[in-house]
Design a binder for this molecule. Sequence first.
Ligand code: DON
Length: 567
Amino acid sequence: MKKLIPIITLIFLFVQCKENSTKNTQNNKILGFVADSAMVVSAREEASKIGVAILQKGGNAFDAMVATELALCVAYPFAGNIGGGGFMVYRTNDGKTGALDYREKAPLAASKNMYLDENGDVIKGKSTLGSMAIGIPGTVDGLFKVHEKFGTLPISELIQPVIDLANKGVIVTKKQEDRLAKYRHFFSEVNDTQIILDAEWKEGDTIKYLNLAKTLERIRDNGRDGFYKGKTAEMLVNYVQKIGGIITKKDLDNYEAKWRTPIEFTYKDLKITSMSPPSSGGICDAQIFKALEPYDISTYGHNSVKSIQLIAEAERRAFADRSFYLGDPDFVQIPIDTLISASYVQKRMEDFSWDKATLSSSISHGNIAGYESDETTHYSIIDSYGNAISATTTLNGAYGSKVYVSEGGFMLNNEMDDFSSKPGEPNMFGLIGAEANSIEPGKRMLSSMTPTIVEKNNKLFMAVGSPGGSTIITSVMQTILNVYEFNFGMQEAVDAPRFHHQWLPDVVTLEPKGFDSILVEKLKAKGYKINQENSRILGKVDAILVLPNGQLEGGADYRGDDKAAGF
Ligand code: DON
């Protein structure tokens, strides 16, 4: 094993050189980082490079996924996780598509009203902060499912570079310094000892994650049981229970990631494959694209009044359906085929007017006859064999529940907040849910994560995804439109200013500084309420585009420390 380390270091140097020397243009477009045959784009350079090193050794995109995802846990503790969960959509080089759900589940002791007080009111913070907010993590089981089905290199070779990174340490960036300063006080509020992240870390400092390295060794040596059983499981359960949580060993032992059939739909001559429930991402984006399809949006201009209006109205209707119909498909019946059909969606758009904004209060979910009823991270990988994966993975809020299993070196999620604690009560993304997304033991909470793969003329075209809660859905959709309708390069499409509407609250959120005041006034005149000052970042997209000559262009979002690497 030791012999591998220098080889991987050499590969890093090569990848670095290639990156620094590249300045690309094609058809007069300035492109982002371009590679000839393989690429990883993720939230941290260290993770992208570890993934690329695996690809360079001959591993495929699935092997690289295992390494990249675990490396994000080390290099990007803000969202990278073994204490969280996610979704992955893939397309193999023979055109087969599929999806993996490694979303967290509610603990067996969870109950519908667990976040309500005796008056039936939501107890502030209980679903977001501390031990009661935690869902049963799915990431490690998910990665082993991927490796079992598609992996080609031994798991130890995929995990070892990550263990080495944890032992060597990761350099704090300016953005990380700012985030840690912002969230630090929560760490001491929630944990009973001082955690490693709870110090005055400054840009340029190196944080070593020695306990995490040991946990990764147990996973390397014992497989999924290295996390869900034995020492790690004991550390997790003992600590969570000690600070008042309800997670048991049985919860961990029972956890299973699931292969799912992805949502597939066409938009003009694109075929789009995206995540199915328990994520809402694929269905919502299918609805939005189907609503836009009859219009020649490319002639309206990028981020023009007309295109913002049309897209916002499509988003408004899709999010209204999301809140009523969507939840864990293992618990609720979802009329997927109808929801994503052109006829249903276009009927929902019949009352759209170019003159005036539709009021969200006048919109509800559509009627379907016969129906009974700040943090995440995304990475995209394409290997030199032509396989593509798109994976979004999360702790939910920034540093999740802020509960840190110090002995094991990892943070735990606060994914329980993605359930609807009470009908009509917004969660931390302002999303409203109904019965379909109510809490039940062992149920998965509804997500907005939208890992997506796009084909054009039956060929791989793009792998794309984003963090950003509810804004994930609209960020992914706008990035695809930017490339396909407005002819942007991948980096340009990722960097372009974004906007967002989610039905309730009835407001169009615009990225600060991205939209001029004349445009804003025109939208207001049509009745749109605008939020530009206090808007959060709208997504942080990491994507790869297959260029006409077969090369790959990365889009690594400038809004974070994101980085493309490849060869
Ligand atoms: O699954 C979801 O939709 C959320 N838990 C995602 C959270 C997220 O994207 C936070 N990042 N900014």
